[in-house]
Design a protein. Structure first.
Length: 332
């Protein structure tokens, strides 16, 4: 693959087509799993709501694909041309920007959908465009070994990720319910202000650890065993310390935004986030490293497993860690 959009190799265009189809596939899985969770947890499902949810979801993913994919490729090309380490620079930067953009796109589409009833037809047109484009791409490229391999390996990942993100959403709902019941904690700890940054930062820790591990495994500088994690200490400690610094900065910024920036509040909120970091970062480091080892041992493409699984798990683990710490604070 060459660092350019036009006149690139066949592998580049097959990869991009696979991304388009996987975007459609991911939208379907996320919607279906969300419905499954609603049936299991709330014992109800409304067909009309299912249709509307899939329409909004497909339109959101299609819009995100059109905006984020060119941006991701641009950052990749620039980092390569400047000799930057993609394992340390590319994913943390790209994931942070992508999180902001997908959130903005999702909120915008929801607002348009709720404010203008006629927008449903526009969203349907966008959804159908993604559907037919994906079907065309699949029909034309399904016999290409590289395209088929990417879809085959990514299928299991998409199923796993769909369940993980819905678990994260369910836990976040519990956190929201808990915070509303405990007004004293809600006022003292501006959790909602820092939550997006927390899950993104833990995801970055996992990506740095996992991506650098897969690179070292491919180069033969790291033994493919869980016990060799000690030989990856530099990357692990660097990513972890950086996340601790960021968590401390988040506590100060959040308190400043809420007008609660006082020494005692800084100590209390920083301690809370520190405990969350220790819980979530420890787990995501172990999981990211383990996934890197397993994918290498099985001869699988780590790009199809490592980043999607660890980034989704990072959201869930951070949310669960936050819920545990808040529950403990309320108990004492």
């Amino acid at each position: 693959i060459q660092p350019r959009f036009f006149g690139n190799t066949k592998s580049f265009y097959l990869l991009f087509r696979a991304i388009v189809f996987l975007t459609f596939e991911a939208s379907l899985f996320m919607g279906l799993v969300a419905v499954l969770f609603r049936v299991v947890i709330y014992r109800e499902v409304v067909i009309g709501e299912l249709w509307n949810m899939m329409n909004v979801l497909l339109a959101t993913m299609a819009s995100a694909l059109a905006v984020i994919s060119p941006l991701t490729l641009t950052v990749s090309f620039i980092s390569f041309k400047h000799g930057l380490d993609p394992d340390i620079v590319l994913y943390p930067v790209e994931s942070t920007v992508s999180d902001l953009l997908i959130t903005a796109i999702y909120i915008s589409i929801l607002n348009v959908y709720l404010m203008y009833s006629s927008s449903w037809y526009f969203l349907l047109a966008v959804s159908l465009a993604l559907l037919f484009t994906s079907l065309y791409i699949f029909a034309k490229n399904r016999r290409e070994p590289e395209f088929a391999k990417t879809l085959k390996e990514s299928l299991l990942t998409l199923i796993i990720v769909s369940f993980i993100i819905n678990i994260a959403g369910a836990v976040l709902g519990k956190v929201d319910e808990f915070m509303r019941e405990r007004h004293e904690i809600y006022k003292a700890y501006p959790v909602y202000v820092v939550y997006p940054a927390l899950i993104d930062t833990i995801g970055d820790v996992g990506s740095v650890v996992g991506s650098t591990a897969t690179t070292k495994l491919a180069l033969g500088t790291l033994k493919a065993s869980l016990s060799s994690i000690k030989d990856h200490f530099t990357e692990i400690s660097g990513a972890w310390v950086a996340s601790l610094i960021m968590f401390f900065a988040y506590s100060i910024l959040a308190l400043a935004v809420k007008g609660l920036l006082r020494p005692l509040n800084v100590v209390k909120f920083s301690l809370l986030l520190l405990i969350v970091n220790v819980l979530a970062a420890t787990l995501i480091i172990l999981i990211s490293y383990s996934v890197a080892i397993v994918t290498y041992q099985k001869g699988l493409d780590p790009d199809n497993f490592e980043i999607p699984i660890e980034s989704s798990l990072a959201d869930t683990l951070t949310t669960i860690s936050l819920f545990i710490v808040l529950t403990f604070l309320a108990w004492i």
